[in-house]
Ligand binder design. Structure first.
Ligand code: DGY
Length: 322
């Protein structure tokens, strides 16, 4: 008998086909996020669940008895939407999909940085509204990117890809904060400098780009105090997780001119986005597009399939989280 697995959202067709061939797979035909009751029931009825970032799996969703599920093969690298302690306590393994979305997420980070600095969103809105009256020397003046300093918080795979883009593509000086020491040679090769504290990074950077995981540990890492310690005229870029930033404090900092602007791909409480942010011209807002390319989404799906296959063949999990 094939293992019973449930895929909570629609995945790229090529990956769904493989899942359908290898497993007794239930697909969520409607593609709307499953509710708490459906997710809870999934633990009782399926050997594995394949969730995504849009599935909230706090401890309260995990049933206490009669659990059939032995694996959560997450479609995505970030897993702060899953209570991994609750999974571990019930003997459920969790895997993710690292490595394959590094470049595309860094690309979105860089495009947010460029767009907010050069007022691309604002310019496009003006043009489409038929309000552009023609070129003039003082029209929509932005901030030059080349040669400026970028501060990276969290120097994992995506942070490094962002650093390389910034340094080699735009001649930017790169400073960063990372909880553990990054190898000196690797740091030099990225044209970067590791600083001792987040405050050091914030104080020196024209652009601050977040690349640390979400979840309790980093919740509101960027708060009012830290926003106030950023350079005047600096920009905040977030392609990591919305909860890393205190959104109320961000709105206040943008409103008061404490920082010049923000480029955001992620939000606390997605898909809700604070109305105040939507009304601001100095903010570029994307709907969590970091990994949204055909190539990357297929690669993410294939990684989840590899984890699933390894699990049911009794092999070591390639991307074990717990
Ligand atoms: C991830 O993989 O964590 C992304 O945020 C979802 O694309």
């Amino acid at each position: 008998m094939k293992p019973r697995v449930i895929v909570t959202r629609r995945w790229p067709a090529a990956v769904e086909q493989i899942l359908a061939e290898r497993f007794d797979t239930t697909f969520n035909q409607g593609d709307a996020p499953l509710g708490p009751t459906e997710l809870k029931a999934a633990f009782l009825n399926f050997d594995a669940i394949l969730p995504t970032v849009s599935d909230k799996l706090p401890a309260s969703i995990f049933p206490d008895a009669d659990i059939r599920t032995k694996l959560l093969a997450n479609f995505g690298v970030g897993f702060s939407h899953i209570d991994t302690d609750a999974a571990r306590a019930r003997g459920i393994a969790v895997t993710n999909t690292p490595g394959v979305l590094t470049d595309c997420t860094a690309d979105i980070g860089m495009s947010l940085l460029l767009s907010v600095a050069r007022r691309a969103g604002e310019g496009e809105r003006q043009l489409r509204a038929g309000q552009w009256t023609g070129w003039c020397p003082t029209h929509m003046i932005g901030t030059k990117v080349t040669g400026k300093t970028i501060g990276i918080i969290g120097m994992g795979r995506i942070g490094k890809a962002m650093a390389k883009r910034a340094h080699f593509g735009f001649d930017m000086e790169v400073v960063f904060y990372n909880r553990s020491k990054v190898d000196d040679e690797e740091t030099r090769a990225m044209g970067a400098r590791q600083l001792a504290t987040i405050e050091d990074v914030l104080a020196q950077s024209d652009f601050v780009s977040l690349h640390c995981p979400g979840g309790a540990e980093n919740r509101h890492l960027i708060n009012a105090e830290r926003l106030a310690s950023m350079k005047r005229g600096a920009f905040l870029i977030n392609t990591a997780r919305g909860d890393v930033v205190d959104q109320k404090a961000l709105v206040a900092a943008l409103d008061s001119g404490t920082i010049a602007g923000a480029g955001l791909d992620v939000y606390d409480g997605e898909p809700d986005v604070p109305g105040a942010l939507m009304r601001m011209e100095n903010v570029v807002l994307l709907p969590h597009l970091g990994s949204a390319t055909e190539e990357t989404r297929v690669a993410m799906g294939m990684k989840a399939v590899d984890n699933l296959t390894a699990f049911f063949e009794g092999r070591a999990l390639p991307d074990k989280v717990v």
